[in-house]
Design a protein around this ligand. Structure first.
Ligand code: SAH
Length: 500
């Protein structure tokens, strides 16, 4: 029997997801998630989990509610377990109740996993306890955006206005002028403190405190938008005193972590604890290809080539490995010209006893071709041992120049972790301030997936490097290191970032 789990994803901070929610995410067959559910949690889904986005952002509905209900029921009828993931708590302004009723009518089994609602968590992260004996005896959760199809408002402004209750409005930013006016018209003092908390509990959290009479103008001036929680009442006066989260030294700073996921967690955790918005850069794992017959043929026929062009350290490593497998060594390269496309590749060749005949001044395919042409490569027979999938520009340009080019895959790369495009988008949007490197290989991986010529265009992104050897590799790609710890450790690196 399939089951539908209506799950609260909490307000955004991953640490505020419940253990039960994580368990459901890890085991569901279908994941149907909303705009306000933190997308990071999707990484815990099973590899074959079907992931569907039905988010609503403001008035812009990806799928209308009745279609969402139909989708959930349709998937459940396929006999699958479904995680219906919603921001905060599913039953607090999340329409979880409506979905549950539909499920009952359709005879489908369901469970609810409550979540931490934004109306409590966002104020708490902005230094506002929603109740406090000095200020209030109750708290009210109110929608700031009533069902527009309703004929008569369900709000009783007289009650909100005359009570001393803390009022917590969801979805209220657009209606803030109306909300403030109604409260004042019904008896709340114009100087009553009001707080807005946007993207509460996330690294992008922002908050502001004003008064009922000024808040609409203040919020407009500061450009406060959804998703924000609005809190009205004396408790907001505690913001300055209790505001612990926004004091974090790296709050809102975008930091890219380039370590392999298995090793990265330490750095990711420390940066996260300091408030940074951490972007995990995918790492690549380098693997053998299935069949080396072509490589063997090429190695045995090396005498038929004029140039060997290596574009990566791994190209060198795997080519030599096969040479040794065939029972040959570096001496077979006598008489063949060898090019290294980057400084690290050149070092790898030197380690094999080969001093490259050509190293370009700039490590961009176009420059490489120009340099090789100056060396007289046109019309030659060129072998390029490299990854199975790589930029085609080098072989193409060399073919155009009349070379007889053979591309020889000697290894393949697999991407692990999140996608480069997410980091790329964040860099484009100016959300990234630092890229951290913790070893030379992280530098190489990074520039393999993000070409140096592209990275150059993202101005304002500084490089933090753990130590001198890593920094040397950064320099070889033509970049400077802005953050250099005295102590070459992860905590040392973070310390130095805090000082920058
Ligand atoms: N079920 C959710 C609320 C959904 S209604 C919950 O329990 O939290 C959507 C509204 O929730 C938004 O318009 C905003 O007012 C509020 N909200 C959700 N997440 C928020 C966050 N991280 N920071 C501030 N407000 C948030």
């Amino acid at each position: 029997m399939s089951k539908v789990f209506l799950v609260g994803a909490g307000p955004g901070d991953p640490g505020l997801l419940t253990l039960r929610a994580k368990q459901v995410i890890e085991t569901c067959d279908v994941m149907i998630y909303d705009y306000l559910a933190n997308k990071d949690f999707l990484k815990w889904c099973k590899p074959d989990c079907e992931i569907l986005y039905v988010g609503k952002k403001g008035g812009d509905h990806t799928l209308p509610q009745d279609k969402i209900n139909e989708l959930i029921i349709e998937k459940a009828r396929e006999g699958k377990d479904i995680c219906r993931l919603k921001g905060g708590d599913p039953y607090v302004f999340g329409r979880g109740g409506e979905e549950a009723e539909e499920l009952v009518e359709a005879g489908i089994d369901f469970e609810v996993v409550p979540g931490i609602t934004a109306g409590v968590a966002a104020p708490a992260y902005a230094g506002i306890p929603v109740t406090h004996r000095d200020h209030t005896t109750s708290v009210c959760f109110i929608t700031g955006h009533e069902d527009p199809t309703k004929e008569k408002s369900g709000h009783n402004w007289a009650v909100y206005g005359q009570s001393n209750s803390t009022l917590v409005f969801y979805m209220g930013v657009k209606n803030l002028p109306m909300i403030a006016k109604n409260l004042m018209d019904n008896g709340r003092a114009p100087e009553t403190p009001v707080a807005l908390v946007r993207w509460g509990t996330r690294c992008t959290q922002q908050s502001m405190v004003s008064t009922l009479e000024n808040v609409a103008a203040d919020a407009a001036e500061r450009g406060f938008k959804a998703p924000s929680i609005i809190v009205v009442g004396g408790v907001c006066s505690l913001h300055d005193k209790l505001n612990w989260f926004e004091k974090k030294p790296l709050l809102g700073k975008g930091v890219v972590v380039t370590r392999a996921r298995e090793q990265a967690s330490g750095l990711v955790d420390i940066l996260g604890a300091k408030g940074a918005c951490v972007y995990e850069f995918p790492t690549i794992s380098v693997e053998h290809i299935d069949d080396y017959a072509d490589v063997e043929t090429a190695i045995l026929g090396l005498a038929g080539y004029d140039w060997l062009v290596f574009t990566s350290v791994n190209g060198v490593k795997f080519f030599w490995e096969q040479m040794e497998t065939v029972g040959l060594d570096t001496r077979i390269l006598g008489g063949i010209q060898v090019a290294a496309i980057g400084p690290a590749t050149a070092d790898a060749l030197r380690e094999k006893g080969v001093n490259p005949d050509f190293i370009p001044e700039k490590y961009v395919a176009e420059h490489v071709v120009d340099g090789l042409l100056k060396k007289g490569i046109q019309g030659s027979r060129v072998l390029i041992p490299r990854a199975r999938v790589a930029r085609e520009i080098l072989p193409e340009k060399l073919s155009e120049a009349g070379c007889d080019v053979q591309v020889l895959p000697v290894y393949e790369t697999r991407m692990a972790g999140s996608d480069v495009d997410a980091v790329r988008e964040a860099m484009k949007a100016g959300k990234v301030q630092y890229v951290t490197f913790t070893s030379s290989s992280t530098v190489q991986n990074f520039f393999e997936l993000m070409p140096p010529e592209e990275f150059k265009t993202y101005e304002g992104v500084k490089i933090a490097s753990i130590g001198p050897i890593t920094s040397k590799t950064v320099h070889e790609y033509g970049f400077t290191v802005a953050v250099r710890p005295e102590e070459y450790t992860i905590p040392g690196l973070v310390e130095e970032l805090l000082k920058d």
